[in-house]
Design a protein around this ligand. Sequence first.
Ligand SMILES: Cc1cc2nc3c(=O)[nH]c(=O)nc-3n(C[C@H](O)[C@H](O)[C@H](O)COP(=O)(O)OP(=O)(O)OC[C@H]3O[C@@H](n4cnc5c(N)ncnc54)[C@H](O)[C@@H]3O)c2cc1C
Length: 367
Amino acid sequence: MSSATRIVICGGGAIGAATAYFASRRGAHVTVIERHAVAGAASGKSGGFLALDWCRGSALDELARRSFRLHAELSAELGDPWGYRRLTTYAGYAVKDDAGRGAPGRPWLAQRVAITSRLGTPDTTALVEPRAFTTGLMRAAEAHGAVLRHAPVIDVVRDGSGAARGVALAEGEIVEGDAVVIAMGPWSLLAARWLPLPAVFGHKGHSLVFETGGSIPAEALFLEYREASGEILTPELFPRADGTTWVCAISTLGPVPLDPADVAPDAGAHARLEALCRNISPALAAAPIKARQACFRPVTADGLPLIGAVPGIEGAYVATGHSVWGMLNAPATGEAMSEMVLAGAAQRVDLAPFAPGRLPPLDDADF
Ligand SMILES: Cc1cc2nc3c(=O)[nH]c(=O)nc-3n(C[C@H](O)[C@H](O)[C@H](O)COP(=O)(O)OP(=O)(O)OC[C@H]3O[C@@H](n4cnc5c(N)ncnc54)[C@H](O)[C@@H]3O)c2cc1C
């Protein structure tokens, strides 16, 4: 397809925004259609943690390494409105009382927290504020001519030969295109009714954002924490450049609501998380809570994303299922999708492990 190609991208999360950015930068006529809000789902509520080499040994390694590099380039090129920062990353554990070894030199951590190892350095780990990253990429795409529309996509429109030629919106309007990219996160499951696509599931995660100002340095933490009930939680704590600190734990497998605006936390999950935070850090205990969040990460049956052409349907593409690494892998995914649609193949990463046709498509009986 030529650079005059009209690309309709369904979904304004990090994957849709990155695809819009790279495709519009190459001159394509891009329309992004978002049902709820750009970054209104996981791409605005996630941790935003990035790692160069934590996917080594897996099929994701090349995509992750390319993405880590692109994150640094994008923040430099686009003026870093999303607080890109390199940081050191540690592992540790918290015991129930003050009997831990403590974390010397870290007054913001409670005595019950012991740091056990360094997982990453500023050369290998980094952080972005995910909502600002996603909206920033979308704005940059719009500066290259991309158009953002707010509406639910309800179908993919095909021509007489069966090729995808646009999408239908809930109000009845058709948005025409030469290519359609499904990037609706866990809601990509809906597109399995429109195209031969495998299942995408949603795993719910809960998080809190604290106003910590300068009280916590640029150190990310991955902890083990035993609750009074004996249950082990694995909180992650990411201090951001904007003076907030994001903490998550407590994942569940609740049903994904049809409307992304209806995602709600499980009863009691935020209270548990808040108690944990106040137990592991006097700085968190003293800090006001800015946001209480829940969101779904998109997951496939084999844990790898779906990135590529939909088998047998000319003009139809999918980019979803990035699970816990969607913020990290958004840039290389967007770059590869733009290359695939506009130049016929991805040029910098091998998308073969992510071919949508590797998993069986759903059929009507599955719904
Ligand atoms: C708690 C938690 C923490 C995480 N932490 C990290 C992390 O630290 N690092 C990392 O790399 N990744 C992290 N992730 C994973 C990452 O957030 C996701 O992989 C990523 O956000 C997925 O992006 P997406 O664009 O595919 O989907 P989404 O962000 O879900 O975006 C999909 C968009 O599609 C829209 N949509 C839905 N239906 C329709 C429709 N019918 N028509 C039009 N639009 C529609 C939705 O409104 C939504 O905006 C985390 C995830 C969770 C849940």
